[in-house]
Design a protein around this ligand. Structure first.
Ligand code: SAM
Length: 279
């Protein structure tokens, strides 16, 4: 496979060539490998193995986080009637993606996906498999620049920002260091969304196993992927000013688990989750 890949946005439009940098690990591809995907390269697998050596529970924690995303989207669509989703830090498409979950409940649901990784861009077409009644789009942009995302014309074609939107930030904010003020960035997104909008967010934590999770942080940082570990109070700060839905901020597997969910030990999980509404 060539480093230079042309990605298609839709039947008529093409994105410019992108450099996948297969020689350095990328967070989206390390994550893909650890949840069982095939869209990753040697450098990603080396980083993944070193991280698992530091903390063997990492794949369990990642898969459980992905399951939280599925339950949160289902809950918002089913119980709160949410029909619009803005998913930032989408990752390499892994079925079911946000629109597949939401459109199973509401075929007219609309989803705007955002990521800044070139490999996600090359797979953007897989995110466009919308129902005829619904709509999806992909925006290649940086989470740290919320205004440019909110203003993006493709996003505005898909999302009506005068109506509630669920902002979904799953396993992304640990890639944003405190000096970039991730809580402030989330607030700038939420300020642009209508009352009745939701925030669904997860935060990487070392509260359950500081030594193991600290080792993961070191492995990522050593390979050029900045990663910040946060505690429960720092997680809760992301939701300041919004009303948390029950059960509040919890480890991902404790957030409204399915009745038939297999038991998971807290020490195998390094991710807090919460879902809140903007009144
Ligand atoms: C661990 S993956 C999570 C994927 C997906 N949300 C999930 O839960 O399965 C994190 C994603 O965030 C993206 N990401 C990291 N920093 C970003 C930034 N500043 N702007 C946009 N996307 C970013 C990465 O490219 C990657 O695809």
């Amino acid at each position: 496979m060539s480093n230079e890949v042309r990605a298609q946005r839709g039947p008529q439009e093409e994105y410019p060539s992108v450099d996948l940098r297969m020689d350095v690990p990328h967070s989206a591809r390390v994550y893909d490998y650890l949840i069982g995907g095939k869209t990753n390269f040697e450098a990603d697998r080396v980083a993944a193995h070193a991280s698992v050596q530091a903390w063997p529970s990492l794949p369990i924690s990642m898969r459980t986080t992905r399951e939280f995303m599925q339950r949160a989207v289902r809950h918002l669509a089913e119980e709160h009637g949410v029909r619009q989703f803005l998913d930032v830090g989408t990752g390499i498409p892994t079925s079911p993606n946000v629109h597949e979950i939401a459109q199973r409940i509401a075929p007219d649901a609309r989803v705007a996906y955002v990521d800044n990784d070139p490999i996600v861009l090359t797979h953007a077409r897989a995110l466009m498999s919308s129902t005829a009644e619904g709509r999806t789009c992909y925006v290649d942009a940086d989470f740290r620049d919320p205004e440019s995302i909110i203003r993006n014309p493709r996003l505005r074609e898909v999302l009506d920002l005068s109506q509630p939107v669920a902002l979904s930030l799953i396993a992304i904010v640990h890639f944003v260091l405190d000096h970039d003020d991730p809580q402030g960035i989330v607030r700038r997104f939420m300020d642009a969304l209508a009352p009745g909008s939701f925030l669904a967010l997860t935060v990487f934590t070392g509260d359950t196993d500081p030594v193991g999770v600290g080792g993961v942080g070191r492995e990522y940082n050593a390979r050029g992927i900045p990663l910040q570990i946060r505690d429960q109070a720092e997680t809760t700060a992301f939701f300041d000013g919004y009303e948390l839905l029950d059960p509040g901020v919890t480890l991902v597997h404790h957030w409204r688990p399915d009745a038939d969910a297999a038991p998971i030990r807290d020490q195998d999980i390094a991710m807090y989750a919460g879902v809140a509404i903007k009144r």
